[in-house]
Ligand binder design. Structure first.
Ligand SMILES: Cc1cc2nc3c(=O)[nH]c(=O)nc-3n(C[C@H](O)[C@H](O)[C@H](O)COP(=O)(O)OP(=O)(O)OC[C@H]3O[C@@H](n4cnc5c(N)ncnc54)[C@H](O)[C@@H]3O)c2cc1C
Length: 569
């Protein structure tokens, strides 16, 4: 069913809603879906594009979090594993099981963040085994039980793993997703139940009558117009910005500590691996991951307190060197900065506790409801968004005196239905096999809507970049169905090209801008402005390369030859 236009959604919103959700990341999306499914009239506003905050900058795991076991956060792990199991069922097109290999080497001091006395070091594997057994117990899924691997099996799963000193290795399972696609699927599901969602609209003030918030002031960043939305309840789901938004209402419901995490995306074949690698020990006593993703690898993450610009956290050369160096300690072949095709940094919204490091702060969420009608929900994880939403809407329903029970644990997410039909249609389409696989994995049942665009024009099957499966039709789909309004958003958040391979996205940018111009009625001047804006963003993101000897020209040369997509350099 086609969504209302952005303008229609905005008009509906300004007529008033029961619940206005501020923030279009995974948390806000989850709250919108939950509240709409309980019969509330729901609006959601996002000041940039949906999912543009932390929800597009995660490690993309739907997981219990093995590192929280040694920290003793058993409740969090159990809850997250329960949510993982639900999401594997409710969004099988977006959340898939992935194997993780944990190698344990002689001389490791703090594997997985465990602090063991020296005399217990030879028994590390027993401790890890017990932890994984607990993980299996919590997840109650016989298909996803861990096991210890023989040296031969390690070779088969991860031929590039360094064998010297390897004492034991385990394979366990978790879920993998695309964070921003998951966010969009939750938003689409909320819209299907009547929620009205608008991007590029910022909340700038609250109007109170007798202590209660009665209306919210918004500004539409595409037109500069301001308006008021009459509300009964407001949910502050703005993640790392939650304190700022609460302050607009004169409240300080939570203190948030910000922690920056960086990821590198590596070219195809940079490593030979059919499972993810757990880097079991980092210099700052954590763990990190090297994870297969869309034919590439994602290497991350760092975890450092952060207090600068929340909107565009930087990636530095030191971050890249830290990650490459840690991965290289466990690999036979050496990863280099030239292997990196994209980078991103995100900021975790951690609920503050004095004297505790950001890595040790719990990933639990908090919901703080105030009598003014503002409910703040923050902390938590991508994995637990549904549970966070349930707790938030429960708080509203309680205050409202109209308890209605949550049913999101029964609702399939948009795209989960019609998977087999989509698969069959893709088989009959003129697309290449890699393009079919890409559409099914990214859009699930909704791939049929992308395919329908090919009936309009067969040119829409054309690839956006050499060697990559992304098709022009996805740009049209993003504009018509997912409210894409800027070139940078389309390249980073919708097609995901720039998140995968910056140089390939640079090549595609002019073509994508033309496709968007046709859909959105851009003038030639607007096309130039959009290209300029995108290039500025890319230059900022690529600034970590300064001094590595890798130039953007070399990078672009590789991409235009399709090399980064197909062969090792
Ligand atoms: C490096 C890193 C790795 C992570 N890895 C994982 C992982 O693998 N698995 C996992 O489960 N979790 C992971 N997380 C945690 C997870 O990504 C976050 O918990 C989650 O994305 C937070 O979502 P959110 O919706 O609360 O915040 P956000 O996604 O940041 O959304 C908040 C939104 O509010 C909007 N906003 C702010 N102010 C206003 C305003 N005034 N008006 C309107 N809109 C406004 C912002 O633009 C933003 O889009 C990771 C986090 C980081 C940083």
């Amino acid at each position: 069913m086609p969504s209302p236009s952005r303008q229609e959604a905005l008009e509906t919103l300004t007529r008033g809603v029961d619940v206005l959700v501020v923030g279009g990341g995974i948390t806000g999306a989850g709250v919108a879906l939950d509240a709409a499914s309980r019969g509330y009239r729901v609006g959601l506003v996002e000041r940039r594009d949906f999912g543009s905050g932390t929800s597009s900058r995660s490690t993309r795991l739907v997981h219990g979090g093995i590192r929280y076991l040694p920290q003793g956060h058993l409740g969090l792990v159990r809850e997250a594993l329960r949510e993982r199991q639900l999401l594997l069922r409710l969004a099988p097109h977006l959340v898939r099981p992935l194997g993780f290999l944990i190698p344990l080497y002689r001389g490791t001091r703090r594997p997985l963040g465990m602090r063991l006395p020296r005399w217990l070091a030879p028994l590390t594997h027993v401790g890890v085994g017990v932890g994984l057994w607990t993980y299996d117990l919590f997840s109650r899924d016989p298909r996803l039980r861990h096991r210890r691997l023989s040296a031969q099996e390690v070779q088969e799963v991860l031929p590039d793993l360094r064998p010297e000193g390897l004492q034991a290795a385990f394979l366990y399972w978790d879920g993998q997703t695309d964070d921003v696609r998951l966010t969009r699927a939750v938003l689409s599901s909320a819209r299907a139940l009547g929620a009205c969602t608008v991007n590029y609209v910022e909340v700038v003030g609250f109007e109170r009558v007798g202590g209660r918030i009665r209306a919210v002031g918004i500004v539409d960043h595409l037109t500069g117009r301001t308006a008021e939305v009459p509300v009964r309840w407001v949910v502050n789901a703005t993640g790392i910005w939650a304190e700022r938004v609460a302050a607009l209402a004169g409240q300080t419901p939570v203190r948030i500590r910000h922690s920056r995490g960086v990821h590198l995306v590596l070219r195809p074949h940079a490593v030979r691996a059919s499972a993810a690698l757990v880097i079991p020990e980092t210099d700052d006593s954590r763990l990190a991951f090297l994870i297969p993703w869309e034919g590439r690898f994602v290497l991350g993450t760092t975890d450092e307190p952060y207090e600068a610009d929340l909107d565009e956290p930087p990636v530095t050369r030191a971050d890249a060197e830290y990650l490459l160096d840690h991965a290289n300690r466990y690999l036979r072949s050496r990863l280099r900065s030239e292997d990196v095709t994209a980078v991103y940094a995100g900021i975790r919204p951690l609920v503050s506790r004095p004297g505790v490091s950001t890595a040790a702060l719990s990933r639990d969420h908090v919901v703080v409801a105030s009598e003014s009608g503002l409910v703040t929900v923050t902390g938590g994880k991508l994995t637990t968004y549904r549970r966070m939403a349930e707790d938030t809407v429960n708080a509203i329903a309680r205050m409202d005196g109209r308890p209605r029970s949550c049913r999101t644990h029964l609702l399939h997410l948009a795209g989960a239905e019609g998977l087999e039909e989509a698969r069959a249609e893709l088989e009959r389409s003129p697309l290449d096999p890699d393009q079919r696989g890409h559409l099914l994995a990214g859009y699930g049942g909704s791939a049929r809507e992308v395919l329908a665009l090919l009936q309009e024009s067969s040119h829409l099957a054309v690839r956006l970049a050499p060697g990559l499966p992304h098709a022009a039709a996805e740009v049209v789909y993003a504009c018509r169905w997912q409210y894409a309004v800027t070139l940078a958003d389309c390249l980073y958040l919708h097609t995901r090209l720039a998140a995968l391979d910056g140089a390939a996205a640079d090549l595609a940018a002019p073509q994508v801008a033309q496709l968007m111009a046709r859909e959105l009625g851009w003038t030639p001047e607007e096309v130039d402005r959009q290209l300029h804006q995108y290039r500025e963003l890319r230059a900022k993101q690529d600034s970590w390369r300064a001094g590595t000897g890798e130039t953007r020209e070399r990078e672009a040369g590789r991409a235009s030859a399709g090399l980064s997509a197909t062969s090792p350099t």
